[in-house]
Ligand binder design. Structure first.
Ligand code: GUN
Ligand code: ZN
Length: 433
């Protein structure tokens, strides 16, 4: 069996850090050997103790090896409308998003965007993402086929939407059900692909479609569920008009049985006390999308309140409402949002969320999200001195916490020195696929 050994500094979490000095939450090795065979991490130990016989040794010193970043919510079909000049969510959806997503009726378009999208993920150090495709099944085929070609663990699904959008984007309750069913059969568990049943949000799904989504969730408990919840005031008001019997926005999804430990709810900014309790009880995950929330002026996510009530929380870019593919940029904006809430997110907690935290939100903490034996070798190699500005600042730094904070505060794709997907170099080989 051929072995690869990555040499470098290694940081890996085994639980959420409670404070900046909570060193028990992670392992940090100054000079480590990450031994990989067949795409899986076999051991992580001091390099001095490693058996390098017959192994390919790749020396990444002085860089920092971590688990690849995980993005819990994005729209790959919006890759080309980032930075669209819109005031707020519903205007942005109607003016740009619903126009753009109609292009995915063409297979050639979906295939080309999927290639660019995965290139961008890899350039930014993201090795797993949970994505909305468009309502067209072919956009899902392009998404999973390209992931498979690259051997990436990707989760996604066809958006279900049967009203309040252009005809070119709307399915029906029946076709949304049939298409989703066929796509689950085609892609869930194929390669590293996993399916997410994806009713877009209450505004674009009729009660009949919500019932169809409910049936799909009951028939496919192995699949994820993703939707949007409580992002924007006008969205909430309109949702309550469309579902007048619901006690609140969360109550709509609750009524249709869509909430559980495999449910990812984008945004969750304006939840009332009852809604917070329902999320905590059901184990649904509230997904913080800071760059998007600031860009669309949606509001400030209240991480502390949600976590205090026992809600599971993850973090994501929300491309293309979000303004960067980079999880480093996302952690930075997340830090700033929480600052405005009077909450501090320490750098260890930040990097934990973007790796093991998000992996555990997906129930995949045994597979990805840490640099540990038995985990797939989906890794990122970080260079905190990647730019002249970073190098200058790095010269003044003398702790790991400060280095992480530098990476998240001014780092971007230039700080991603290398990426490994299932043990194979992915960044330096881009374009060579
Ligand atoms: N709510 C429903 N659809 C979308 C979307 O595409 N982006 C965001 N940010 N919110 C949504
Ligand atoms: Zn979204």
């Amino acid at each position: 069996m051929s072995r690869t050994i990555l040499r470098g500094r290694v940081l890996s979490f085994h639980r959420a850090p409670q404070a900046i000095d909570d060193a028990g939450a992670y392992d940090y090795l100054e000079d480590a050997a990450v031994v990989i065979a067949d795409g899986v991490i076999v051991s992580v130990a001091d390099f001095a103790t490693a058996d390098t016989t017959d192994a390919l040794v790749i020396d990444h010193r002085p860089h920092l090896i971590m688990a690849g970043f995980i993005d819990l919510h994005l729209h790959y079909v919006q890759s080309q409308i980032m930075a669209a000049y819109a005031g707020s969510l519903l205007e942005w959806l109607n003016t740009y998003t619903f126009i753009e997503e109609q292009k995915f009726a063409r297979q050639g378009h979906a295939d080309a965007v999927a290639v660019d999208f995965y290139d961008a993920l890899i350039r930014h150090g993201t090795t797993t993402a949970v994505a909305y495709c468009s309502s067209h099944p072919r956009s899902v085929d392009a998404f999973f086929a390209e992931a498979r070609r690259r051997n990436m663990l990707m989760i996604g699904g066809k958006v279900m939407m049967d009203r309040n959008a252009p005809d070119g984007l709307c399915d029906t309750a029946q076709s949304g059900y049939d298409d989703t069913k066929a796509l689950i059969a085609r892609w869930h568990g194929r390669g590293r692909g996993l399916y997410a049943i994806s009713p877009r949000f209450a505004i674009t799904s009729t009660p009949a479609q919500m019932a169809a989504a409910q049936a799909l969730v009951a028939e496919h408990p192995e699949c994820y569920v993703q939707t949007h919840l409580s992002e924007n005031d006008a969205e909430i008001t309109y949702s309550m008009e469309l579902y007048p019997d619901a006690p609140d926005y969360t109550g709509i999804y609750e009524h249709y049985g869509l909430l559980g430990r495999r449910t990812l709810l984008g945004h969750c900014i304006h939840l009332n006390h009852r809604e917070t309790g329902v999320l905590a009880e059901t184990g649904a995950v509230a997904v913080f999308c800071p760059t998007s929330n600031l860009f669309l002026g949606s509001g400030l996510f209240d991480r502390e309140r949600l976590m205090t009530h026992g809600v599971r929380v993850g973090i994501a870019t929300d491309i293309g409402g979000g303004t960067s593919v980079s999880m480093l940029r996302t952690l930075d904006e997340g830090y700033k949002v929480l600052q405005l809430r009077g909450q501090r997110l320490n750098p260890f907690a930040s990097f934990h969320i973007a790796t093991l935290g998000n992996a555990e939100a997906l129930g995949l903490g045994e597979t990805i999200g840490s640099v540990a034996p038995g985990r797939t070798a989906d890794l990122v190699v970080l260079d905190a001195g990647a730019t002249p500005t970073m190098r200058m600042r790095l010269g003044t730094i003398n702790s790991l916490a400060e280095e992480l904070f530098l990476l998240q505060t001014i780092g971007d794709d230039r700080a991603i020195a290398e990426v490994y997907v299932a043990g194979a170099r992915a960044k330096s080989t881009l374009g060579g696929l």
